[in-house]
Design a protein around this ligand. Structure first.
Ligand code: HEC
Length: 199
């Protein structure tokens, strides 16, 4: 055997245990992973939607069910009782200001969440004397009768009739802008009520 060969042999025999150790460790880790994945607890199935709601209706009965309820209770009960909301019925502009104030105070949520909160509180906790539920009842621009439109949107009978007339001739409205195009209807009245108009 040449001297070089011997040296090589010695080197590899020195390396081998190290290499083996790594291999063994690798296999060990792999086995562990297999073991974990086999023995891991099965993930519990997602709870049904009704249970997923963090805030049950009976927990805060003063807050009517509806879109935005959950996010309102979640975001707005972090610093104080959500009942603060009940103490301040106000119009949409008022709610916008209140929410802006809460943001200044450190309330955090995504823009969509704040928009949903604003919709929810404006709809359910409007200024007193504005008729509450009646004033916030939605009206479908394509299905409502002239009388319903007049009542819900504070239109004159003539304006309401013009809307029904227009929709009979031109087909369903799709947007607020369509509705504002109706001749002889005060577009500002439509704008004022755009949050309660469905299509
Ligand atoms: C980061 C903490 C925090 C969060 C989150 C928060 N608030 Fe407040 N809120 C306060 C504080 C502090 C006050 C008392 C302010 C005062 O007395 O001027 C308050 C007071 C109020 C009041 C009483 C009237 C007023 O204007 O002061 C209302 C209504 C209110 N909050 C609504 C909300 C709503 C709606 C949300 C969810 C968007 C919310 N709060 C989330 C901190 C918070």
């Amino acid at each position: 055997m040449s001297a070089l060969h011997t040296k090589w042999n010695r080197l590899t025999s020195k390396l081998n245990p190290v290499y083996l150790k790594f291999t063994a460790a690798g296999i060990g880790v792999a086995l562990c992973l297999v073991a974990i994945s086999v023995t891991a607890e099965p993930k519990p199935a997602d709870p049904p939607a009704a249970v997923m709601s963090a805030y049950q209706q009976d927990e805060h009965p003063e807050f009517p069910a509806g879109p935005g309820r959950d996010v309102t209770l979640r975001v707005c009960s972090r610093c104080h009782s959500p009942n603060n909301i009940l103490s301040r019925p106000q119009n949409r502009e008022g709610w916008e200001a209140t929410i802006a104030k809460m943001v200044d105070m450190g309330a955090t949520a995504s823009d969509e969440d704040f928009a949903a909160i604003l919709d929810y509180v404006s709809k359910n906790f409007p200024a007193p004397g504005t008729g509450g539920a009646a004033a916030t009842a939605h009206v479908n621009a394509n299905k409502a009768t002239a009388a319903d439109l007049a009542k819900a949107l504070s239109l004159t009978d003539k304006e309401a009739a013009a809307i029904v007339d227009y929709r009979t001739k031109n087909g369903d409205f799709k947007t607020i802008d369509d509705l504002k195009k109706v001749p002889d209807v005060d577009a500002k009245k439509i704008d004022d009520k755009k949050d309660i108009i469905d299509f």
